[in-house]
Design a protein around this ligand. Sequence first.
Ligand code: ADP
Ligand code: MG
Length: 420
Amino acid sequence: AYRKGGYHAVRIGDQFSGGRYIAQRKLGWGQFSTVWLAFDTRTSNYVALKIQKSAQQFAQAALHEIELLQAAADGDPQNTKCVVRLIDDFKHAGPNGQHLCMVLEFLGDSLLRLIRYNRYRGMELNKVREICKCILTGLDYLHRELGMIHSDLKPENILLCSSIDPAKDPIRSGLTPILEKPEGNQNGAATLNLIEKKLKRRARRAVAKISGRRVSIVGLSETPKKTKRNLDGIDMRCKVVDFGNACWDDNKFAEEIQTRQYRAPEVILQSGYSFSVDMWSFACTAFELATGEMLFAPKDGNGYGEDEDHLALMMELLGKMPRKIAIGGARSKDYFDRHGDLKRIRRLKYWPLDRLLTDKYKLPEAEAREFADFLCPILDFAPEKRPTAQQCLQHPWLNLRTQNNEDHIEGRMSNLQIDG
Ligand code: ADP
Ligand code: MG
């Protein structure tokens, strides 16, 4: 992928935008980009630098993403609406071509990582509520104030607001703060090689000679070392990121949107979509946070495809799809007969949400009922019947507090060994 038109290879210490940003370590990557932690020498802040692949179609996509991120930033001067903030954008010429770069506020781990930290066992409901409030705040802003559909909401695209200040806590954030001024250094490349080698050896602390200066290196592991992580007491604020697939409600460009497991039924059936597709993905995400498992994980099988399995899973949980909806989409004939029954999957095993939460995930009955009461209306097959983000924010479930059974929670939450 690091070839013409592809990713831009970045080394620690590389400079961007005329030296303003200095790459520190890789934060993540997606289909179209790599994302780096960078030091902004102008503001002395850490930022996330998203470097797009260079080929024309990726550049086009990045321009679109910048437009939407810019609109989101313009409408939220106080930066309180739970959407990642665009700080800057520029072009960077590299050996693989011209790369569009976005500078974003630096955020923490994704909810997917949080789910993994928790070893796929699900998170305390009180924390799920806090996260849900943030996501809904972001969606309400995007939908009602901006007229924007995110189109790819999922745990991976929701990041916690970082509770770590990289400058103060370099080891936990895996930083190499020595690299403030690599430009003044003749042996820069060799030095960086040395540092990278040491990084690979995961030395915790080392001393390197740079142009005769002794410089101590702190927090050497490029991926932070296994650390104990206890979620108790962590503030669960988060923000929505990745506007690479977002669109204006009145200017859609794709029929097939969303990541498979979070995809709404009207997208599968191609009956047209709007803001409520994000609500569907939101409900899937909330369930996954609480249980540690995806709400729908369709697979293809004997004589049927992933789409049909997906529709079957939806109906097993939510009951039969109303016939009018089932046969109303451009793709309906591929999956449903004229009675509104699936063509290839005939016997469905119904397992409603509240029962699933008690029987499989061992939630106490009252909690399961309350949670299902919050989620079920959002999972309505009729998109226009789903509550809006604004309406969801009014739901009493968000303000409930579950009395913790401390022993139970302790057992689930503490002493987790996490691979950064
Ligand atoms: P793509 O459009 O290629 O999927 P994303 O915007 O989703 O790119 O970013 C890819 C990954 O980079 C994210 O999953 C996350 O791990 C990391 N990342 C993105 N933005 C930030 C940020 N602002 N702060 C910290 N990490 C980020
Ligand atoms: Mg992404």
